[in-house]
Each structure stands twice: as structure tokens, then as C-alpha cells.
Ligand binder design. Sequence first.
Ligand SMILES: C[S@@+](CC[C@H](N)C(=O)[O-])C[C@H]1O[C@@H](n2cnc3c(N)ncnc32)[C@H](O)[C@@H]1O
Ligand SMILES: Nc1c(NC[C@H](O)[C@H](O)[C@H](O)CO)[nH]c(=O)[nH]c1=O
Ligand code: SF4
Length: 449
Amino acid sequence: MTTAADLDDGALEFEHVPESDQSFENALAKAADGKRLSVDDAVELLTTGTESSGIDPARKERVLELADRRRAEEVGDTVTFVANLNNNVTTACNTGCLFCNFKNPDDAFEVDADVEHSGFTKTPAESREAVRDGLERGIYEVTSVSGLHPAFALDQDHREILENYDDPARTVNYKPPERYETDPGTYVEQMEAMSVGGVHLHSMTPEEAYHARRGTERSYESIYGRLREAGLDSAPGTAAEILVDEVREVICPGKMDTGEWVDAMEGAAAAGLPVTSTMMYGHVENEMHRAKHLKVIRDLQDRTGAITEFVPLSFIHQNTPLYEAGVVDGGASRDEDELLVAVARLFLDNVEHIQSSWVKSGDEHGLKLLNCGADDFMGTILSEEITKRAGGEYGEFRSVADYVEMVGAIGRPLAERSTDYEETRRVEMDGGPYGPKLGPKADGTPLLD
Ligand SMILES: C[S@@+](CC[C@H](N)C(=O)[O-])C[C@H]1O[C@@H](n2cnc3c(N)ncnc32)[C@H](O)[C@@H]1O
Ligand SMILES: Nc1c(NC[C@H](O)[C@H](O)[C@H](O)CO)[nH]c(=O)[nH]c1=O
Ligand code: SF4
């Protein structure tokens, strides 16, 4: 397995490089004509032409304008957001992704450990309390993504299977809950606990589903089907990072490969769950990898139709092993963020919504991305751990009043949406008070302030 220490800057040689036989002008003309773009077209647009290095400002503006127009034609001017809560169950994880500072090694959580750490594990009862508190503040979605705690099993039957392995810690990354200070319960127990008061439960990334099926031959459809019975309503398409294996081998060698990520997503879709899709970019990958990733997402959507949105996640570098080991010297530039959103809008002709993240980009740049092809501005989230621990500086929540101020400043209409975008409700910018109006307890009271 690669560790940060094994990698040193400049040593990365990829088979896939940003070269193509296409020209920037031809690629842009195809996009303007509404033709389906190829990977080479996407590379030309992402690089503003592969024949010269660096981003050409005038060419960049032409790509952004086209994408902004396409956004207006496809979904109109309204900016959407969701009133949600992030509830991360545990930070215990030994997968060792080199871009991640959310995780803590699991042995720090063991009963006899005397290691200081800032991580946490919540019992199902504690997760339920967190969701109940969120509901009181007006949220109607809970997003829950977590570390791959070795004590997690899908359910009791799965726990028995894992316990029957010889040396389960080594063979199937399983340790019994008694070893730990806090027992996270099973995935099914966590789903049942969080699915409370009519909230929409958005949880179980493909990597978590992989953990929930480890040591078995079960299909992803049956894993997600079981979770759905326990209350799961949709799944986040994170763990995607860059869906090209030569990049995964560098930044997350312990994770599932591209083919398995796609299998898990197809399983979620087959189990009847809507899914989101993501790309975490701005580390070691190049524009060819970004373009190939977009193709994987578009092909998946052609087959399933289950993807509700595409969420670009700009790499936050400050506290990560990749940065600390000198493998990268920062994240994506603003120009790259803008081009990624724009090219996603133009390339993903079968995914309706593109998200801008104020967590990753901040308010000002996040609003700019809404003029580059994005139409959704994420969620209220109330608490945030992944970006914060990586060194992100843009805070943990935004109230509905904050959304009114931000989106009002760029002169666009604002609407709340459900997780699957099936329901939207216009937020009238009439001086407030502003509170969520969708969902079981969202009666417009500005509880989020
Ligand atoms: C922290 S993991 C939690 C869920 C689960 N352990 C998994 O990997 O699917 C969720 C996602 O956060 C994103 N993430 C983690 N560290 C990040 C960073 N430094 N910058 C941007 N995104 C990051 C990655 O895309 C990752 O897949
Ligand atoms: N972009 C980020 C998100 N996006 C997810 C949304 O908040 C929401 O759960 C999804 O759109 C489904 O409705 N969440 C984060 O925590 N951090 C981000 O950067
Ligand atoms: S990204 Fe997920 S799987 Fe990877 S180390 Fe972080 S928490 Fe663990």
C-alpha cells in the first residue's frame, strides 16, 4: 500500500495525460450546438486548449458563458438549497486515504487506549438525538457519512458471519464492539435510529456499502435494499474521488476501485434509491482524469437515471497527508473550479443539477460558481467535520436568512428543495423572518438562525 512517505513530488507518472487530437474551438462549437461531448472535447474545454499550457482567460470566459446559458435553458434561474443536517456517526477508519484528515485510527477508540484523539463515535441513540435536535431547527434531510469503523456490520446476521472468520481483524477488517469505548451498533440500527420524524435519510456511500458487505458475496442491490427497509431514502455518491484507477492507487489505495464503485451505485439504483454523484479534484490528477471521471458518471446515468445531481468537491489540502508529505502544494485554483463546474454542466447532459459548495469554496466564490453552470447551493448542514478537519475555513452552517442574503446579492430567485429535487418551494425575499417550509417540522419558523 502507498503511504504519503513513499510518494515524492514529481515521481507521479500517469498513463493518462491531457492530450487530444481535438481543438478547443471545435470542442466549444460542439458544446454550443448542444452535441454530446467526448472525453477529448472535455479535456480541451477544461484546459482551454491543450496546445498551450495554463488557462487562457478569454477562452475560459467563453466556456463559462456557454455553461451559464445551458444552465438557464435546462433548469432556469432559480438557485436551490436543502435544509439539512450532517450527522457523522464515527471518525474511526483505517482505510488510510491520503487526502483525508476526517479519520482517526481505530485503535485510539479501544477501551484500553491511552492515545489522545479528537475523534468520536455515536451510538444509535445519540444519532437519533442529533437528528431530533436538527428537526427542531427545521431540517428535513439528514446526511450521514462516516469512517469505516471495524465494529460496524450491516446487521446481526452479518456480525455473526464476520465473527466466524479466523482472525477477522486481519481478514475482514472486523473487531467486536466490546473492544471499543463506544459501540456504534450496526448500520441497520443507525439507519433505524436516524430515520425519525419523517426526515429524509441520505446515507451510505459506496465505500460504506462495501464495508457493510465485506466478507460476504451479497449483491450491492441486496445491501442497499436491506438499508432501505431500515429507513434509508437516498445515497451519497461520495468515495468517487477520481474514478480512474491510476489516481486512486495514489490517493486512496485502500479504497474500492472504479468498477466496484460503479457496481455499488448501480446496486443502490436497483434497490430504488436516488443517488448523488461527486468528484474530488485538485490534488494529483490531471484534466484527462477529470474528463474520464465525467464520462464514468454520464455512462452510469445513461444506465440508471438515478443520479439527482453532480457535486464537485474541490480538494481542501491544508491538514492532509498528501500536502504534509509534499505530494501536492495546494488545491485547485479558482479558474479550475469554475471550468470544472462549467464543463460538468456541458458534458453531463443527463444530470440536471450541478452543485456549488460554500463549504469548500466559501460564499463569494461559491456564488460565482452559480454563474458558471451550477444551480444548487448545497444545504444548511448545521455541522461540518470533513472539510473543517482538513483545514477548510468557511464555517459549518448557513441559515435560510443567510441564503436569502447570499442569493439575493446575485439577483437570482431562491427555492428550497427536497433531496431528490421532486419538491421545491420558492423563498420570497420579502424581509423575513426566514425558515424552512418543506418537510415535517419545517413550518417557516426561523429556527436555523
Ligand atoms: C470523509 S469520507 C466519509 C465517508 C466514507 N468514509 C467514504 O470514504 O466514502 C466522504 C468524502 O469526503 C470527501 N473528502 C474527504 N477529505 C476531503 C478533503 N480534504 N477535501 C475535499 N473532500 C474531502 C471525499 O470525497 C470522501 O469520499
Ligand atoms: N457539497 C457538500 C455537501 N453537499 C451535499 C448536500 O449538503 C446535500 O446533502 C445533497 O445535495 C443532497 O441533498 N455536503 C457537505 O457536507 N459538504 C459539501 O462540500
Ligand atoms: S475518505 Fe472515508 S474511507 Fe477514506 S480515510 Fe477518510 S473516512 Fe476513511
